[in-house]
Design a protein around this ligand. Structure first.
Ligand code: MD3
Ligand code: FE
Length: 219
């Protein structure tokens, strides 16, 4: 008998690692792990052209999360409001193109979660350092709430808060780790959500940082 050095590790298939969050949302644990290297290289390429920056909310608060974007549209905020823009306000140049490994990950995750034909035109990249947080909010700046949202977590862990359709609904807490992908759609699309203050930690690829990228069809 010959030894097959290329036999994959025994373990659960992707179907075995789906955790439902709500009626139409789920966590795909570790779904991004096979492409982590390409994803981190692509983040470095995007941020070389469009660096992370701390934006200001319409209320005048500087966000603790730093952000940038890639793809045809990018989410921005300033004193005038929240919106999508085809250009980076720092340069007035178009956002960097969406890397192929980003797009194929978003599409295969949406499909694994039951959303066929997802064609995102926006990818928001958030950078959390220890102490960063994102308060409870809804994502309502997109044209079509029937389109799902896919989010990818890399680096140090964070606790995701998943609420209901009103701010008063008590959120549940879900830990998110390096490589986890979350998909939201349908009745869960407008649920309040946020990220608790990120704790001090270290990740071998990304250091003391959590990177989250969120794919949306905004236009
Ligand atoms: C849940 N980002 O950028 S994952 C955001 O981890 C944002 O950086 C968080 O919320 C992060 O707006 C959370 C993304 C996410 C996006 C849309 C959702 C979670 C969602 C819509 C409905 C429910
Ligand atoms: Fe959000």
């Amino acid at each position: 008998m010959t030894l097959d050095l290329f036999e994959p590790e025994a373990g659960p298939s992707v179907e075995g690692r789906i955790e439902p969050l709500g009626p139409q949302s789920c966590v795909l644990r570790g779904f991004a792990l096979p492409t982590e290297q390409a994803l981190v290289e692509s983040i470095d390429q995007v941020t070389a052209a469009a660096p992370f920056r701390h934006m200001v909310t319409p209320g005048g608060q500087t966000m603790s999360v730093a952000l940038t974007n890639c793809g045809p549209l990018g989410w921005i905020t300033d004193r005038r409001g929240y919106r999508y823009s085809p250009v980076d306000p720092l340069t007035q140049h178009p956002w960097p193109a969406m890397p192929a490994c980003f797009l194929s990950l978003a599409q295969s995750a949406a499909e694994a979660a039951g959303f066929a034909d997802f064609t995102p035109d926006a990818c928001l990249i958030n950078r959390y350092e220890p102490g960063s947080r994102m308060g409870l909010h809804q994502d309502r700046d997109e044209q079509d709430f029937n389109q799902p949202i896919v989010s990818v977590s890399l680096g140090i862990p964070a606790v995701f808060q998943f609420g209901g359709l009103t701010r008063q609904d008590r959120p549940t807490r879900i830990p998110l780790f390096h490589g986890d992908v979350v998909v939201w759609g349908g009745v869960d699309r407008l649920r309040f959500h946020g990220i608790l203050t990120v704790k001090e930690a270290m990740h071998p690829l990304l250091g003391a940082r959590r990177i989250n990228f969120t794919f949306r069809k905004a236009g």
